[in-house]
Design a protein around this ligand. Structure first.
Ligand SMILES: C[S@@+](CC[C@H](N)C(=O)[O-])C[C@H]1O[C@@H](n2cnc3c(N)ncnc32)[C@H](O)[C@@H]1O
Length: 214
């Protein structure tokens, strides 16, 4: 992966003026999209893993190659850590980590979140590391906090950590969480070892990195 990535550039300078209205609209209307068969098939692997060994859950949504999933599995040895990404190409590049308490699902996060909620299963920790920023102002509703599935994320609960190299994205996420009654902290990330490939790339490119914790 190249180490000379450019900082996020956007036609948006402040948190999106429509964000409060979009979040309130989504909170008022439940997410109704039917779950695709391939999400159900992926979820079956999670059901099997929990049936074999019931454990508390950690989610690593938008996990990319799953490097973070393997690292988080070492950090949470008593949990099952579940990485979710829709890209087979990214997941195929996974380098197997040194612990057996994680699995990677090729699926849409929204579908897996829905199925978890149907089962009444909630993660203790939920990581969302460098989701696609969708920097154009007109793409607000593709961002995690502007998406119609945002209420699912809230219902799942758990301690949430979202990271981005775009400060505005994290501030918007923090604002959306506050509007939903879940205020947290927006912080600049210090120099811990990189948790993901994108974090490594951004750090080597000199970007400031931000996170929401709550
Ligand atoms: C910028 S990458 C970050 C990957 C990884 N977290 C990292 O930091 O290296 C964003 C990832 O989100 C995945 N993605 C985007 N929308 C998704 C969705 N709805 N469900 C699952 N994965 C999705 C993409 O395939 C991509 O791998």
């Amino acid at each position: 992966m190249q180490a000379n990535s450019r900082p996020v550039s956007s036609n948006q300078c402040w948190t999106h003026p429509k964000l409060p209205a979009v979040v309130r609209r989504h909170l008022a209307a439940p997410w109704r999209k039917p779950v695709a068969d391939y999400n159900r098939a992926a979820f079956a692997a999670l059901e099997d893993a929990l049936a074999t060994a019931p454990r508390p859950l950690v989610l690593d949504s938008f996990c990319g190659t799953g490097q973070s999933t393997a690292t988080l599995a070492r950090r949470h040895p008593d949990h099952l850590v579940v990485g979710i990404d829709k890209s087979a190409q990214r997941l195929e590049r996974h380098v197997v980590g040194g612990s057996d308490n994680y699995l990677l699902l090729r699926a849409e996060c929204e579908g897996i979140w829905q199925l978890l909620l149907q089962r009444g299963w909630q993660p203790q920790y939920h990581y969302l590391l460098y989701p696609n920023p969708w920097p154009k102002s007109g793409h607000l509703q593709r961002r995690v906090h502007g998406h119609a599935s945002f209420p699912l994320l809230l219902q799942l609960g758990g301690a949430i950590e979202l990271r981005s190299n775009w400060q505005l994205y994290v501030e918007e996420f923090g604002l959306a969480m506050q509007l939903a009654g879940r205020p947290g902290q927006v912080l600049r990330i210090a120099g811990d070892p990189p948790l993901t490939l994108f974090e490594d790339k951004y750090r080597k490119s000199g970007h400031a990195l931000w996170c929401y914790r709550g």
